[in-house]
Write a protein that binds this ligand. Structure first.
Ligand code: TYD
Ligand code: MG
Length: 455
């Protein structure tokens, strides 16, 4: 950086630093994300590295390192424990990201309640809400017991002192975008503040063995840095997602130094806070119409977890020159492509019809394994012939109308059996590789035409 220069440009998506402004971030290729921020010389990135540890560390053999399983504490929610890799690891730094209002504070407050109830000392630090507001929320959630304390504070230097005095086992920082360090010139929420604040929290977590949960809002507007800026610094990154209009929420592991990232947890937002959904398939299929045409149950995978969902299609005669194709919850281009396959390979005059495809329940799913169920739903609606309601369908459809193999067919079939389905239409290639079972009727198909034959 040039001498005497007091500002620099940062990408609020990925934290890339540059002396010049650019329309597109050279690092993450996002547009319009570079913002100007003051920099104070003593806190540039290099300053961090110079802070040498007081105790000189020595190399060790793997056999000399002891690992205790008791280092993991359950959060009281199986859904969250699974995403974390089997509970929270003491001294870890966990980022919980998500859109504002999705339920991050609620989830963490409930986790605090559970942890305090099993004897952990918990400190909840909020920079967004007053103690009164927290109390109101806590009242909705229910009884709080144990050593659970609250603090309204945004200065991290104060927070560090409080943590040293209180010595909690678990601390929550809600949210990182409201926190600031006095020695940094830029405003709270700016890239350099967020980065330096996380650095300090990292030192507290690792130095004192305190588990810290950091809340990060996903924002697209203003100069507020997004949680991606700190993804590389923390041990675990979880994103809390969901449709504002649907009540279920999905907690997804994006990075995890202590477990796999393929896991999801499903919650439902109720009057009294978040409730675990142990069987998401049952939840997604709730209130399904019986014997209606155009509805097919499909099986999609969320990580390693199969979820059954209902694919609905409505095909109606078109009055327009260019027929409409709309898709909610899945890719519209994919729907157009599948309709072209039907037109060309099965000789259905799809161009005379409007088509609307919807994944019931507000779930978003782009897995190719849904292809065959979309095709079946479209034809079922067009011919007004219902698909047997105890049948599930999955398989990828290729451009020549062939039904291609999908991964983890066995898990999908098992999920269907678990929920009482009696038949499953699946790619023949998957069926060939599977063990024989008499718990469910398995129908292998090689192409779209064969599948439609079962309507
Ligand atoms: P909140 O945890 O404040 O979101 P975030 O911290 O991610 O910004 O959740 C806010 C939403 O949750 C709010 O719109 C109201 C809803 N909610 C309920 O439906 N039931 C409840 O018991 C609580 C506490 C919140
Ligand atoms: Mg909040």
């Amino acid at each position: 950086m040039a001498k005497g220069k007091t500002t620099a440009f940062f990408c609020k998506e990925c934290g890339f630093e540059s002396a010049k402004w650019a329309g597109q971030c050279p690092a993450c290729k996002e547009w319009n994300t570079m913002v100007e921020e003051p920099v104070s010389p003593k806190t540039s990135g290099a300053g961090q590295a110079r802070r040498t540890p007081l105790v000189k560390t020595k190399p060790a053999m793997l056999s000399e390192i002891s690992v205790e399983e008791s280092d993991r504490v359950t959060t009281g929610y199986q859904e969250l424990d699974r995403v974390l890799g089997g509970g929270v690891v003491a001294g870890s730094l966990v980022l919980v990201g998500g859109d504002p209002g999705i339920g991050k504070s609620t989830l963490l407050l409930q986790v605090c309640r559970n942890l305090a109830a099993v004897g952990q000392k918990v400190l909840y630090i909020s920079g967004e809400e007053s103690l009164k507001q927290i109390k109101l929320r806590a009242n909705r959630i229910g009884q709080m017991t144990g050593e659970l304390k609250f603090l309204c504070e945004t200065s991290l230097d104060h927070i560090r002192d409080t943590i040293s005095e209180e010595r909690p086992d678990v601390a929550i920082i809600d949210s990182i975008q409201t926190m600031y360090r006095e020695e940094i010139a830029s405003a709270p929420g700016s890239v350099s503040q967020v980065r330096e604040s996380t650095n300090l929290l990292m030192q507290i977590a690792k130095g004192e063995g305190i588990t810290i949960f950091i809340v990060g809002h996903v924002t697209k507007e203003g100069v507020v840095a997004g949680p991606r800026v700190l993804e590389h610094m923390v041990d675990t990154v979880l994103y809390f997602e969901g449709d504002r209009h649907a009540s279920y929420r999905i907690l997804r592991g994006v990075k995890n130094r202590f477990g796999s990232t393929n896991e999801i947890g499903v919650f439902e937002m109720r009057e009294q806070g978040l409730v675990e959904v142990e069987n998401p398939s049952e939840f997604m299929l709730d209130g399904r119409p019986e014997g209606a045409s155009g509805a097919v149950v499909a099986c999609a995978m969320e990580g390693t977890r199969p979820i059954l969902l209902e694919v609905q299609a409505l095909v109606a005669q078109s009055n327009l020159g260019i027929p409409r194709r709309t898709a909610a919850g899945t890719d519209q281009n994919r729907v157009s492509l599948l309709m072209a396959v039907l037109e060309k390979r099965c000789r259905y005059e799809m161009s005379r019809y409007d088509a609307y495809v919807n994944i019931a329940g507000g779930m978003k799913m782009n897995e190719p394994a849904l292809d065959l169920s979309i095709v079946m739903a479209l034809v079922s609606s067009m011919k007004d012939r219902p698909v047997d309601e105890k049948t599930i369908v999955f398989g990828e459809v290729g451009l020549s109308g062939e039904v291609r193999a999908v991964s983890m067919a066995e898990q999908r079939v098992n999920e269907a059996v678990k929920l009482g389905f009696t038949a499953c239409i699946l790619p023949q290639i998957c069926l060939d590789k599977m063990k024989k079972t008499d718990r469910i009727r398995l129908i292998g198909v090689r192409n779209v035409r064969e599948a439609i034959g079962y309507l």
